[in-house]
Ligand binder design. Structure first.
Ligand SMILES: C[S@@+](CC[C@H](N)C(=O)[O-])C[C@H]1O[C@@H](n2cnc3c(N)ncnc32)[C@H](O)[C@@H]1O
Length: 267
């Protein structure tokens, strides 16, 4: 297996993922890129990172371009990450019970689905029979496939509140021991789709709450501004915009005002 990538080859992959996803990889990510791609080179029987880059660039294999994007994105996530966001969601959902029309939430970089299913559990609990909709999107098709299936190792589910575990999750038995499946009725309520936040967005309608958490950390300031402007265009005035706790919208957008760390409201 190849264990080194030279500076020129690394530069090619920096450019590739910036153009494809808006992700800025600093020089410190060289070992990470090498580690993530070297197995793929072996699978494709390619002798160098340069050869792999030329394959991606050639336009001959669009599926391989998606595979490389999947390998170069970071998909770390878990259920009920940042509980304050779910307290806010609960409050907003309660307040929406008397409003007209469905309560709409977008999980805009949903990774393998844990964020979107956490949102769905809260809405099913608090809002029903009032209608609600969740759009869950990501650039990586590999994580979206896992999200649609909704099958997770039990070790990753410890933050799901007990009543929700009982109501919305099926515990694996036999060969599925140690796993958990989101029950079909809840799964069928979500729309998963591929959306690149670094390109013009499809028509998704307007949302009451948008989760855009732990993705802008990978973007430079200019890309953050462009992505925030695009995504905020899909938020209702007075709607809530939630970002990761290590992220900030300082210098990024004046379209929202900060309510609390990582919680913003559209003006
Ligand atoms: C660290 S995960 C965050 C998951 C979840 N929002 C959370 O906070 O737990 C970041 C996700 O952003 C996605 N991503 C990166 N660039 C993207 C882009 N340009 N468009 C859409 N999704 C992107 C990655 O595929 C990855 O699944």
């Amino acid at each position: 297996m190849l264990t080194t990538i030279n500076d020129r080859e690394f530069g090619c992959f920096q450019r590739f993922i910036f153009e494809a996803a808006g992700i800025s990889l600093s020089a410190s990510k060289k070992a990470l890129v090498c580690g993530r791609l070297s197995k793929r080179l072996q699978q494709r029987r390619l002798a160098s990172f340069g050869e792999y880059f030329r394959l991606l660039e050639s336009g001959r294999d669009p599926a391989e371009v998606q595979t490389a994007i999947d390998l170069l994105t970071t998909n770390e996530t878990y259920f009920f990450r940042e509980p304050k966001h779910f307290d806010l969601l609960r409050e907003q959902a309660r307040a929406a019970r008397s409003s007209a029309g469905p309560f709409r939430v977008w999980s805009a970089a949903c990774s393998s689905g844990e964020e979107a299913y956490s949102i769905a559990m809260v809405l099913a609990d608090v809002l029903e029979p009032h209608p609600w909709e969740i759009v869950a999107s990501d650039l990586s098709t590999r994580v979206l496939q896992r999200a649609r299936i909704g099958h997770y190792p039990m070790t990753r589910t410890q933050h799901i509140p007990q009543p929700y575990l009982r109501r919305f999750c099926l515990k694996g038995v036999g060969a599925q021991d140690g796993t958990l499946l989101i029950e079909r009725a809840l799964r069928s309520r979500l729309s998963f789709m591929q959306v690149n936040l670094n390109a013009s967005l499809p028509q998704l309608g307007l949302f009451d709450v948008i989760f855009l958490r732990n993705v802008m950390i990978y973007f430079n300031l200019e890309t953050k501004r462009q992505v925030a402007a695009r995504v905020l265009g899909a938020l209702k005035p007075g709607g809530y915009f939630l970002i990761g706790h290590s992220e900030s919208l300082n210098d990024v957008s004046a379209a929202v005002r900060q309510i609390a760390p990582s919680i913003y409201c559209k003006r």
